[in-house]
Design a protein around this ligand. Structure first.
Ligand SMILES: [Zn+2]
Ligand SMILES: [Zn+2]
Length: 150
């Protein structure tokens, strides 16, 4: 078992951290994935890919990855961030930067619940009273897809 890479071992004489060498050491130590840079939970002390990347390079079926996309035509693996794919749930068309093959990826957006701040201690609880008889509800804004012209 190797020891964790220490940030202070990658400081120069001015105390500036050399992120490049720190990252290299982390990769060499198996702490981050050699392909996508994701943290490897149980690093084994030697360079390794994370489980998602291993899956991508060994599994010929459908594969999931948090940051990378695999081209079904040439198996090239690329970073989804670089292609500014809209984080919209559903199918999105992308193209392979390597072979120009167009294909659809299915996006699953993880979501969270944002709760409103706590009410003032002595404040009255305000609830949406619906005494508005003819509830003129504002129409839900149409979510028009405004893709920039290519
Ligand atoms: Zn990876
Ligand atoms: Zn390709």
């Amino acid at each position: 078992m190797g020891t964790m890479t220490r940030l202070k071992d990658h400081e120069d004489e001015n105390g500036q951290i050399n992120w490049g060498s720190y990252r290299k050491a982390q990769i060499a130590n198996g702490e981050i994935c050699t392909s996508c840079g994701a943290y490897v939970v149980f690093g084994k002390g030697y360079p390794e890919e994370c489980s998602s990347c291993k899956d991508m390079s060994s599994n010929t079926g459908e594969v999931d990855h948090e940051t990378h996309i695999r081209c079904p035509a040439c198996a090239h693996i690329f970073d989804a961030d670089k292609y500014e794919i809209d984080p919209v749930e559903g199918e999105t068309s992308v193209y392979c930067p390597e072979c120009d093959y167009d294909f659809d990826v299915s996006i699953e957006v993880t979501f969270k619940y944002t709760s409103p701040p706590l009410l003032e201690k002595n404040g009255e609880r305000e609830e949406d009273d619906d005494d508005d008889e003819d509830g003129t509800e504002e129409g839900i804004e149409a979510n028009t897809s405004d893709k920039p012209p290519t």
